[in-house]
Design a binder for this molecule. Structure first.
Ligand code: AMP
Ligand code: MG
Length: 358
């Protein structure tokens, strides 16, 4: 891939400069790629109506072709033109309650959408982000914006513009920087095309919140991140190892005290073999580790009592452990409830097969 100059703009997150948004919007309209902040993670945007621009997203990320993209809109009024048939009443209700916000709805796709966006599926994923920069950019572009997370495929999603530049600097036209992402994990993906609403990916809107509105909602097999050997995952993104740091990550789940005990034991084993060890822990358990200074890096990702804070810190913590050059990451699991389910989904995906229950 030929290196290109990546323009960098720092913007006020609340009142972004309209002139910068206009310039970035023009880049999108002309087929360029612009990374931008959302409340979930940083996205890598292209015009959803431009097949060549969308194809470049897959190229620069190294993203598998069968993993579809989320189309971002600046308002609920844009939905009707992107779906086939009427907008279902359930979708309208969810849009009224949760948009703008971290909820992506999968609906039947309008036939004019390029197959690159939907990965050839008959459905499209739609979201209205709750970030003034994202909304201003989409409006300035004047087109719906297809955007996955702005990271190299498989790596932890970017929660800062620096993360984006680490992965994609020199490969994309521009980056808009508005500081760290507030939520820190990708949106909840909800499939409304079947008989029962199905959560394909847990995120900032919890199953509990959705059940309150919809009555019945199910978690797709594997959506908690647990390994599953489905012949045909509902959402192609579900089948890949994902969100992963460079170092292998071993996830230990169970009672917090026992988890910390097991991780300390594993850490001693790795240290004895001369390995540099990273530990991802929470505030409650961090003081339990009494390991030799220097060769163990302990990163604390917030409190178990506050899964939203853990979500916001998680991807940055994984990238920090990579930057410290550890050979292995030992990560504590947390209770998979509320936003904790989304955290555990990402940790289990990052761990791949390396999950231990104690
Ligand atoms: P990313 O853009 O990397 O945050 O991933 C987008 C997520 O949305 C992936 O898990 C996709 O598989 C999922 N997704 C996007 N479009 C669809 C669709 N039409 N049907 C099912 N899942 C989708
Ligand atoms: Mg992603």
């Amino acid at each position: 891939m030929k290196a290109i100059e990546t323009l960098y703009w720092s913007l006020d997150p609340v009142r972004p400069d309209p002139q910068v948004l206009a310039r970035a919007g023009k880049i999108l309209r002309r087929g360029g790629l612009v990374a931008f902040p959302t409340e979930t993670v940083y996205g890598l945007g292209a015009s959803a109506l431009d097949p060549r621009a969308v194809a470049r997203i897959f190229e620069v990320k190294g993203r598998p072709q069968d993993n579809p993209l989320i189309v971002h809109v600046a308002g609920p009024g844009e939905v009707a033109g992107l779906v086939e048939g009427e907008v279902p009443p359930q979708a309208s209700l969810l849009i009224k309650l949760f948009w703008p916000g971290p909820l992506t709805l999968v609906l039947p796709a309008a036939p004019h959408l390029p197959p690159q966006v939907t990965a050839g599926l008959p459905t499209v994923a739609l979201r209205m982000p709750a970030h003034p920069v994202a909304l201003g950019l989409i409006a300035a572009a004047g087109v719906p914006v297809a955007a996955p997370s702005a990271n190299l495929s498989g790596r932890p999603s970017p929660t800062t513009a620096q993360h984006v530049l680490e992965d994609l600097g020199g490969r994309i036209e521009a980056v808009l920087d508005a500081g760290p992402a507030a939520i820190g994990l990708e949106s909840t993906v909800l499939d409304l095309t079947g008989p029962v609403p199905l959560i394909l990916r847990p995120g900032g809107i919890t199953p509990e919140e959705l059940a309150e509105v919809l009555g019945e909602v199910r978690l797709a097999p594997g959506a908690g991140g647990e390994p599953c050997a489905l012949p045909r995952p509902r959402s192609p993104g579900m089948k890949y190892r994902h969100y992963a740091p460079r170092a292998p990550l071993l996830l230990v789940e169970g009672d917090p005290q026992r988890v910390a005990g097991r991780i300390a034991e594993l850490a001693r084993g790795y240290l004895a073999r001369g390995k540099a060890v990273g530990i991802l822990a929470y505030e409650e358990t961090a003081p339990l580790y009494r390991l030799p200074e220097g060769r163990v890096s302990l990163v604390v990702a917030g409190s178990r009592d506050n899964p939203r804070a853990v979500a916001a810190a998680l991807f940055g913590a994984l990238r920090r452990l990579d930057a410290l050059g550890v050979d292995v990451i030992l990560a504590e699991g947390m209770e998979p409830r509320g936003v904790g389910l989304a955290v555990m989904n990402r940790l289990r995906r990052a761990a791949g097969e390396n999950v231990e229950k104690v």
